[in-house]
Design a protein around this ligand. Structure first.
Ligand SMILES: [Zn+2]
Ligand SMILES: [Zn+2]
Length: 546
């Protein structure tokens, strides 16, 4: 029976280019989506650009342009990046769309009706000089934990999450005047009411949520969940749909994360599917792919919001939360100038090498170290040496000796069994979000093909045992057809090229396929060219200059 699958990729924030860390966090979502589609299931895979909030506002002020212009610029760049890397979102949208805004308001009203949003007047930081209430990010001060430089919501030095009231020696980040306290009415979400339910969920999902997700959630729960402000004193964002809050916007933490629902609903509508029914507990399996720093939003805040909207809605089944990507053994950061952007990657490497590298070496359970040399080595070893070689050595021989006509033969029984086993094993690993192992297992299948070829010695068989030669070649082509499906979720463009080479059906299916008789080789263009580390490095230095 076809399953319903919901996949949410984290919403990148529109004030900077995407880098390899984002890619490592988001690619798993695409693999899982492609796999389930190949499997014949009903997939809704969504994400979008997180376009509101203070950092964009602050930057817009600095650059003297509108926040919308900044958000739109990065949104367009992200869309192009994802397209260049063959991401298969059913919808990649933005929090600036009218559809998102209208539906976020609808969900907010529902949460209010269900009694989980309340009003609270409280003293808030106010800058008498700028005559404005200050958002957390517009406050600078001293961290109560480490004495370091802190913003109103987070310490830059020790990364502690802070409440503006705890920060010491507060000043306005714009004019540096000391802040004063002034009464302001805000809406709050009763997150504290979900302490036990989130705890229960975290226990139920052990083994499905990655280990870092379970432990980060425990840390968060141990601190005790506290209610969070829903409204914010800002001019850039989604309007608050309640009277008396016209001067405020919906806080981005709640507005952006609800994007999973608004985007999912938009896809469902376009397919005439009832989204509420689709997302009901028991009707769907859900995956959320993001980086480690985003865990509490997906394991605590989002589930609490879901429960506050509808107690029958599915709660995240799988949390695919990755660790960090370091660059040449150093933490990547803008200030160090060692951030490698997706734009750079795309300029340096073939897209499927990028996908392969980031998935086969992904930071699933620990930080990984990225380096250009390592990348070149892995490309040459696996893309050229294992996969490219298997396809090329067979097809160029057929082209040379048989004018591109693939001899008919019989598929080796052991290889047939291995094929079935490999589909089962790789499929099960993808379903569990274990993509490194999944890709290793798929690559082992190609290596088995190379070993089979070496053991059979078709270059001798062709002289001494033509039947044996035909069977060997036919078996290798059978493997290629299956490789094209097996690798479909990981490196789809290469898989299409293999299908084209052999004039095969372009649809992807997650099961062993037979290849029929009298096939011909349409072309034997190389799948991958060997790269030189020196050349790539020089090109990268050149790119960094511009
Ligand atoms: Zn600190
Ligand atoms: Zn000020």
């Amino acid at each position: 029976m076809n399953k319903n699958i919901f996949i949410g990729g984290a919403w990148p924030y529109a004030n900077n280019s995407l880098h390899v860390g984002h890619l490592a966090a988001l690619l798993p979502g695409d693999v899982i989506a492609r796999y389930y589609r190949e499997h014949g299931d009903n997939v809704i895979y969504v994400s979008g650009t997180d376009s509101h909030g203070t950092p964009i506002t602050v930057r817009a002020k600095k650059e003297g342009i509108s926040p919308e212009k900044i958000a739109q610029h990065y949104h367009e760049e992200f869309v192009k990046n994802f397209k260049d890397l063959d991401f298969s979102f059913d919808l990649y949208t933005s929090t600036m769309t009218q559809y998102h805004e209208q539906n976020v308001k609808k969900y907010l009203k529902k949460i209010m009706d269900n009694g989980f949003i309340y009003k609270k007047a409280e003293m808030q930081d106010y800058c008498p000089e700028c005559k404005t209430f200050l958002s957390d990010r517009e406050i600078i001060g001293v961290c109560p934990h480490c004495g370091g430089v802190a913003k109103g919501d987070q310490c830059d030095d020790c990364s502690a999450t802070l409440n503006a009231s705890e920060v010491l020696n507060k000043r306005c980040s714009i004019c540096h005047s000391p802040t004063i306290q002034k009464s302001n009415t805000h809406l709050y979400f009763a997150l504290s009411k979900f302490q036990n339910k989130v705890k229960e969920l975290n226990e139920q999902r052990q083994g499905q949520w990655r280990i870092n997700a379970t432990s980060e959630t425990n840390k968060f729960l141990d601190m005790g969940l506290i209610d969070r402000a829903v409204t914010r004193q800002l001019s850039w964002g989604v309007d608050v749909p309640f009277e008396g809050f016209e001067d405020k916007k919906i806080y981005v933490w709640i507005e952006a994360v609800l994007g999973y629902l608004t985007a999912g609903q938009q896809v469902a509508e376009s397919r005439n599917i009832n989204f509420e029914e689709f997302m009901k507990k028991g009707n769907v399996i859900s995956y959320y792919a993001h980086g480690k720093d985003n865990i509490p939003f997906h394991t605590v805040i989002f589930p609490a919001l879901l429960m506050s909207i509808d107690e029958n809605i599915n709660l995240p089944d799988y949390i695919i939360s990755c660790e960090y990507v370091n660059m040449n053994n150093e933490k990547m950061s803008k200030s160090k100038g060692n951030l490698i952007s997706i734009n750079h990657l795309i300029a340096l490497f073939p897209k499927d090498s990028i996908r392969y590298y980031m998935l086969a070496n992904g930071p699933e359970t620990k930080d990984i170290n990225f380096s250009i040399d390592d990348f070149v080595q892995i490309h040459n070893k696996f893309m050229v040496g294992v996969l490219g070689n298997f396809v090329n050595r067979n097809l160029s021989y057929i082209n040379k000796k048989f004018d591109g006509k693939i001899p008919n033969g019989k598929v080796d029984e052991n290889i047939k069994n291995l094929t079935t086993e490999t589909f089962d094993k790789v499929g099960s690993l993808i379903e569990q979000g274990k993509l490194r192992q999944a890709l290793d297992t798929a690559m082992a299948y190609v290596s088995a093909g190379n070993k089979y070829y070496d053991d059979q010695k078709p270059w001798i068989q062709v002289v001494e045992d033509i039947n044996g030669f035909n069977n060997t070649t036919y078996t290798c082509v059978y493997m290629m057809a299956n490789i094209a499906n097996l690798f479909g979720p990981f490196i789809p463009d290469t898989c299409l090229k293999i299908k084209e080479k052999l004039n095969l059906d372009k649809t992807f299916t997650w099961q062993p396929v037979e290849i029929g008789k009298n096939l011909t080789v349409a072309n034997n263009n190389l799948l991958f060219e060997r790269l030189q580390a020196q050349q790539v490095s020089e090109k990268y230095q050149e790119l960094k200059k511009n």
